[in-house]
Design a protein around this ligand. Structure first.
Ligand code: XUL
Ligand code: CO
Length: 442
């Protein structure tokens, strides 16, 4: 992609990617992802519901703060905004179809360039929605979620829904309205809010309480509009602790759940959890999944991975089987994702400039999730993993422990129990055994 290629021949040398199994050494084939293979009672494709992310794969130019674009897409080269947007969408659907990705996700401005004119932007998006509708019909592809980009334009430099200037908030609302309309029109199954700049750079100029109240009011207003207009899907909040702001209000799963509860949004909103956002917040991905699952709010996943040495959001494609096996254990035990899927919010590196690179990235990501699903299911079905954890809490299942859980013991009674029963036994947490167990099943 470093030289502009002809769009017609861009993906022509790439075959449709098929499942060939572990015997295959074809890098353009799946070795684990066999979409109809039944795991834990459902075909893999239903557990995983993979989606391609428009912004990284079809807009991600490879530019970074130190360098110009390295991915020069043919669809960016000629014609007016709509012509370029249609060429990009042709390429996107060809790519997604060749990979067998059943879903895609987009921000409004990924699909077509926006100007500063609200009505013109609405027309542009509407034109592309009509085009996308046709493409969805032809290919069977579906929209996992839509969203509005309320962080790139300079007007959002102090936030959108949390901006101190109401006029900016109204522009954010205009964008969300059009993006919700587009999502409904395309049968989108969910709608995402990632609060890119909903936070602060310094508390010195920030009324945090006012900003959070405005944020909640904004979400209620968007939700009410969508519901009035027939949207029955789920709204997802995507936590991230920082970047681009110093502090983002949607810091992590626990913070978002507290916010949703405080502002009465629990009935309509769930969480979209991203691997690299979890690690930025100082958590493991599986921690974030478990927090959401325990609250009944495990909605969707943005799949990627961070870098152990760099602190920032590197958004690399997932490739860590151990991390994902632990993640799939949480997801399987929770009974799956609620309404969402696995969106590859990941980008190939700046110097990955062959057409094949984007395919290798997705094939690797899909295969590693499939393998993690199979491995986690084997662990749950065949090993003593669940039993060990259950046993660990057995003292709460009967007798005084169960009475305590029912709220029947006073502090004095707990004291008497301790005095009567002497010193507790030392009981191992068996961490190393369990860590080896995961590796045994991988
Ligand atoms: C940014 C990020 C976004 C959201 C959608 O870190 O994850 O791409 O997923 O706005
Ligand atoms: Co994301």
């Amino acid at each position: 992609m470093s030289t502009v290629l002809d769009q017609k021949t861009l993906f022509s040398a790439i075959p449709t990617i098929k499942f060939e199994g572990l015997e295959s050494d074809n890098p353009m084939a799946f070795r684990w992802y066999d979409e109809n293979r039944v795991v834990a009672g459902k075909p893999m494709k239903e557990w995983l519901r993979f989606a391609g992310a428009y912004w990284h794969s079809f807009n991600g130019s490879g530019a970074d703060p130190f360098g110009e674009p390295t991915h020069l897409f043919p669809w960016d080269s000629e014609g007016d905004a709509i012509t370029r947007a249609k060429a990009k969408m042709d390429a996107a659907f060809e790519f997604l179809t060749k990979l067998g990705l059943p879903y895609y996700c987009f921000h409004d401005v990924d699909v077509v360039d926006y100007t500063n004119d609200v009505a013109d932007n609405e027309r542009r998006l509407q034109t592309m929605v009509e085009y996308a509708k046709q493409k969805q019909q032809e290919t069977g592809l579906k929209l996992l979620w839509g969203t509005a980009n309320l962080f790139s334009h300079r007007r959002y430099m102090n936030g959108a829904a949390t901006n101190p200037d109401f006029h900016v908030l109204a522009h954010g609302a205009a964008q969300v309205k059009a993006a919700i309309d587009a999502t409904i029109e395309l049968g989108g199954e969910n709608y995402v809010f990632w609060g890119g700049r909903e936070g602060y750079m310094t508390l010195l100029n920030t009324n945090m309480q006012r900003e959070q109240e405005n944020f909640a009011r904004f979400l209620h207003t968007c939700k009410d509009y969508a519901r009035r207009n027939g949207f029955r899907g789920t709204f997802f909040i995507e936590p991230k602790p920082m970047e681009p702001t110093k502090h983002q209000y949607d810091y992590d799963a626990a913070t978002v759940i507290g916010f949703l509860r405080q502002y009465d949004l629990l009935g309509d909103f769930k969480l979209n959890l991203e691997v690299n956002h979890a690690t930025l917040a100082g958590h493991t991905f599986q921690h974030e999944l478990q927090v959401a699952a325990d609250a009944g709010l495990l909605g969707s996943i943005d799949a990627n991975r961070g870098d152990y040495q760099n602190g920032w959001d590197t958004d690399q494609f997932p490739n860590d089987i151990y991390e994902l096996t632990e993640a799939m254990l949480v997801i399987l035990e929770a009974g799956g994702l609620q309404g969402g899927g696995i969106n590859f919010d990941a980008k190939i590196r700046r110097n990955s400039t062959d057409v094949q690179d984007l395919f290798h990235a997705h094939i690797g990501g899909m295969d590693i999730f499939a393998r993690a699903l199979i491995t986690a299911d084997n662990i749950l079905q065949k090993s003593d993993y669940k039993q060990i954890r259950q046993q660990r809490y057995a003292s709460f299942d009967a007798g005084a422990g169960a009475a305590f859980r029912r709220g029947e013991l006073t502090l004095e009674q707990l004291r008497d129990y301790a005095a009567e029963h002497g010193e507790p036994q030392i009981i191992s947490g068996r961490q190393e055994y369990l860590e080896n167990l995961i590796n045994r099943y991988i």
